[in-house]
Design a protein around this ligand. Structure first.
Ligand SMILES: Cc1cc2nc3c(=O)[nH]c(=O)nc-3n(C[C@H](O)[C@H](O)[C@H](O)COP(=O)(O)O)c2cc1C
Length: 537
């Protein structure tokens, strides 16, 4: 199919609306074979219609003005699909597009005809065969919602293309498509436009995709606060404001008060090279930027201006930059850990269900259950306990049917089963359990020297999945913890062996469980303390 995009944005390639149009066509191209041509109307020589009707009477089909419009009409006639892509200007189309539309007069015959779609009071028959031609109208506008702004546009295209004869995508908050800091959300929206294009090519856009296209990019208040701050103008004086202050205000506007956890916070951010410090108060009612430093900071960030801008624009990973000491954080570190929640928006629609057999995250509890069952059940009764433990290991693949099973789950199941068989055959439960301690410790310790330490394989999902493995701070924290657990269990294995040999079974039980509990407490403390300690620089 031949697709012709008529870009009516004076910004040409930089048009926000064109980003949506391109995404739509990309979606179509996924399922159909198309050639696409974009005509940037702003670059063309298109004069205004003279209203002389020469194209109707003296030279039928030919305009008296000889400019680029002749070629554009030819392209429209030849195209299988025409997409009008433009920004909303004063609740209508930009002048350049209106000029082009007016100059489409030679494309119709002068005769009066009744319309069959009850749009307006009459129409003119087409001069060329337009049957089967498809149309789409794609546009962004600057207000927080497209609703209510496109009445005039709808009315005009109902006349031009026919009511219900064209596809339309109208999106508010259009300027956000040019803000790299917000690309996560705008890319998500463009993804829905791509899906719409694909579904359109397959027959029709589904209700689900239409619902997504109707979503606001950001809630009204968040958008309006960000938009107001983005102009870099002081609201009271109307004068140009400090760039770093406007930027900080936009960041503050993104604060999601729904994520308020009962704790008022004051984020103090110092752009070290600019010598500017601002405070953002984060409360249940929203956020507020202060320039006088009158509050007591709960979290303070010291960062060069460019580093912070690059992080916001996703050119630099915030956690990696922190690990590399490009900026420092003092005080309450929980704000940094949950940054994406505090400064991200709630989903308006539920998360899509994982498709095509995508697996849920692995469960450390399942791995621990196998080991703990062995240590308790086998030490109570080597025969019954071993059978129970083998049964638990056999159940693991069934319980984890819809979950990812890690290498550590497999190793544990194999090791625990083998030790249980050993206890079953020999009746030597102490040796089986002590060897289990040693194997458990070795598995942790060896994992500390791999790319993905044992604990990281499970907790990485709380920190963005595999991306977390690129974060040196995350990996280092987990390596230390994995090594600590490994060393503890290797020591416990030998200690338990000696105690069992001396007949101190109960003492061994108390020492092993006591040490494990203490290590658990240490783990909870360390995984919070260590990143915060490193962040302080
Ligand atoms: C002259 C002018 C008039 C505008 N009129 C409106 C309007 O009536 N309603 C609206 O919501 N946005 C309006 N806007 C904002 C644009 O529609 C918005 O910035 C759009 O996303 C720009 O799209 P583009 O990048 O494709 O050109 C106007 C912008 C300009 C420059």
């Amino acid at each position: 199919m031949k697709i012709l995009i008529l870009n009516g944005s004076p910004k040409g390639e930089k048009s926000n609306s064109l980003k949506l149009t391109k995404a739509f066509v990309e979606g179509m191209n996924e399922v159909s074979d198309n050639s696409t041509e974009i005509v940037h109307l702003q670059e063309k020589n298109i004069k205004g219609c003279k209203g002389c009707f020469v194209c109707w009477k003296a030279t039928p089909g030919k305009c008296v003005t000889n400019d680029d419009m002749t070629a554009i009409i030819q392209k429209i006639v030849e195209a299988d699909m025409v997409i009008y892509s433009f920004p909303l200007y004063y609740f209508s189309v930009p002048g350049v597009l209106k000029d082009m539309i007016d100059r489409m007069l030679p494309m119709v015959l002068p005769f009066m005809e009744d319309r069959t779609d009850s749009v307006g009071s009459g129409s003119h028959p087409a001069r060329y065969d337009m049957s089967g031609k498809k149309f789409a109208v794609i546009s962004t506008c600057g207000f927080w919602s497209a609703a209510g702004n496109y009445d005039a546009v709808r009315g005009m295209f109902d006349h031009i293309c026919g009511k219900g004869e064209y596809e339309a995508i109208f999106c508010g908050q259009g300027e956000l498509f040019s803000v790299p800091e917000l690309s996560e959300r705008t890319d998500e929206y463009l993804g829905y436009v791509r899906t719409a294009g694909k579904e359109y090519a397959q027959g029709a856009i589904t209700a689900d995709t239409r619902a997504h296209l109707g979503e606001l990019l950001y809630p009204k208040e968040v958008f309006e606060e960000m938009a107001d701050a983005s102009w870099g103008i002081d609201r009271r004086t109307g004068e140009k404001a400090e760039e770093s202050l406007s930027f900080t205000r936009q960041m503050a506007a993104l604060y999601n008060k729904n994520r308020y956890d009962g704790k008022d916070r004051v984020l103090e951010i110092c752009y070290t090279d600019l010598g500017k410090t601002y405070q953002i108060e984060l409360t249940k009612d929203g956020s507020r930027v202060l320039t006088d430093g009158s509050l007591t900071a709960t979290t303070r960030i010291d960062t060069p201006w460019q580093v912070w801008k690059d992080i916001a624009a996703k050119k630099l990973s915030g956690t990696k930059a922190l690990g590399d000491h490009l900026y420092t954080v003092k005080g309450d570190f929980s704000l940094m850990i949950h940054w994406d929640e505090f400064f991200g928006q709630d989903k308006q629609y539920s998360e899509p269900v994982p498709k095509n057999g995508a697996l849920k995250k692995p469960q450390l509890a399942v791995l621990l259950t196998m080991w703990i069952t062995m240590w308790i059940a086998v030490s109570i009764d080597s025969f019954v306990g071993s059978i129970i433990t083998i049964g638990v290991c056999a159940l693991m693949p069934i319980v984890m049917f819809k979950h990812e099973i890690t290498l550590y789950d497999r190793l544990s199941a194999a090791c625990v089963s083998a030790l249980s068989v050993f206890a079953l055959v020999t009746g030597n439960s102490n040796l089986a359990c002590d060897t289990g301690d040693l194997a458990f410790g070795l598995m942790w310790l060896i994992s500390a020297f791999t790319r993905e330490p044992l604990c990281a394989a499970y907790v990485k999902y709380n920190y963005g999945g595999n991306e977390a493995l690129e974060n040196p701070l995350f990996v280092r924290t987990n390596k230390i913890l994995a090594a600590a657990w490994g060393v503890l269990y290797i020591i416990l294995a030998f200690a338990a062996f000696l105690m069992h040999s001396a007949g101190l079974n109960v003492v061994s039980l108390i020492v092993c469980n006591g040490c494990t509990a203490l290590m658990g407490v240490f783990t909870v403390w360390f995984e919070k303390w260590y990143p915060a300690h490193i962040a302080e620089g």
